[in-house]
Design a protein around this ligand. Structure first.
Ligand SMILES: NC(=O)c1ccc[n+]([C@@H]2O[C@H](COP(=O)([O-])OP(=O)(O)OC[C@H]3O[C@@H](n4cnc5c(N)ncnc54)[C@H](O)[C@@H]3O)[C@@H](O)[C@H]2O)c1
Length: 280
């Protein structure tokens, strides 16, 4: 079985994001926190944005003793926290302004903040579930892209990394409101790539399957579900936040300078098939 590489190696001599300024939304917890920490370890100055500075209870950060910014600063990196609800265009605009004011520029935005709704068929979901997923997942990403693009156009360069999901690549049962919001983010990522490539702005999407965060804790703690999921995919294990952060570093770095408009699964092969060769 393959294993995940640990992230945030602060000792590297050559830092892949040296000199870059990055915003990561939803960066207090889970995948966003892992991305922010790894960006900082690779030399980026990071603006950590979230609804609150403490991490989500119930996630896999229980052993952490520091906020994302504290952890970055403890390791000699540069970061600051901005309270931001990504469903508010005004707050997202203020977030982008604060990055430019504080660090002098903006090179990368990672639109990661997201919520999940699950467990109902289409006719059972409430309008409020649809609105919640749409507002955070799609409109939050839309506002992040819009506000960052204004800065990127002025400087003639910039990189957008949208955290999508395998849910943005196809259908899944009993999570339609989440899936359609992520499908819209996939489409948005491609539209941005088409419209702004000529301006030096790259946009790509990362499509994880289940990774261990507070969002998926309920599924992970359900031993039958946890095992059944792992067994249904070729690599036979759950994703780690580091698996997603590793790709985010690559997509934010100049190493990926010709990768544009891609929606890249980080899914242990899930999107290839959902059955085991042992079942044949
Ligand atoms: N964990 C997974 O298995 C998985 C799989 C595929 C995609 N994703 C996507 O990864 C992203 C991160 O999810 P996670 O698993 O780390 O979840 P998480 O709940 O651990 O973290 C999400 C973070 O986003 C923040 N957030 C929520 N709403 C916000 C808002 N309106 N404004 C600003 N911040 C807000 C939360 O406070 C939290 O810190 C989401 O977009 C999610 O859809 C997660």
């Amino acid at each position: 079985m393959s294993t995940s590489k640990t992230s945030a190696n602060w000792e590297k001599a050559v830092k892949r994001l040296e000199g870059k300024v990055a915003i990561v939304t939803g960066a207090s917890s889970g995948i966003g926190r892992a991305i922010a920490l790894q960006f900082a370890a690779e030399g980026a100055k990071v603006v950590v944005a979230d609804l609150h500075e403490g991490w989500n209870r119930g996630g896999f950060e229980e052993t952490a003793s520091a906020t994302t910014v504290e952890e970055i600063e403890r390791n000699g990196g540069a970061a600051f926290f901005v309270t931001c609800d990504v469903t508010s265009q005004q707050q997202v605009a203020a977030l982008v302004d604060s990055a430019v004011e504080h660090f002098g520029t903006l090179d990368v935005i990672v639109n990661n903040a997201g919520i999940y709704r699950v467990g109902k068929l289409v006719h059972e979901f409430e309008e409020a579930d649809l609105d919640a997923c749409w507002n955070v997942n799609l409109k939050g990403t839309w506002f992040g892209c819009q506000e960052a693009i204004k800065v990127f156009l002025a400087k003639g360069a910039g990189t957008i990394v949208n955290i999508v999901s395998t849910a943005g690549l196809g259908g899944h049962p009993k999570q339609s409101v989440y899936n359609i919001s992520k499908g819209a983010v996939s489409s948005l990522t491609k539209c941005i790539a088409i419209e702004y490539g000529r301006d030096g702005i790259r946009a790509n999407g990362i499509c994880p399957t289940y990774a261990k965060t507070s969002m998926t804790r309920g599924h992970f703690d359900d031993a039958d579900y946890m095992k059944a999921f792992a067994e249904s995919i070729p690599l036979k294990r759950w994703g780690e936040v580091a698996d997603v952060a590793n790709l985010a570093v690559f997509l934010a770095s100049d190493e990926s300078s010709y990768i544009h408009g891609a929606l890249i699964p980080v899914d242990g092969g899930e999107t290839l098939c959902r059955y085991s060769v042992e079942d044949e």
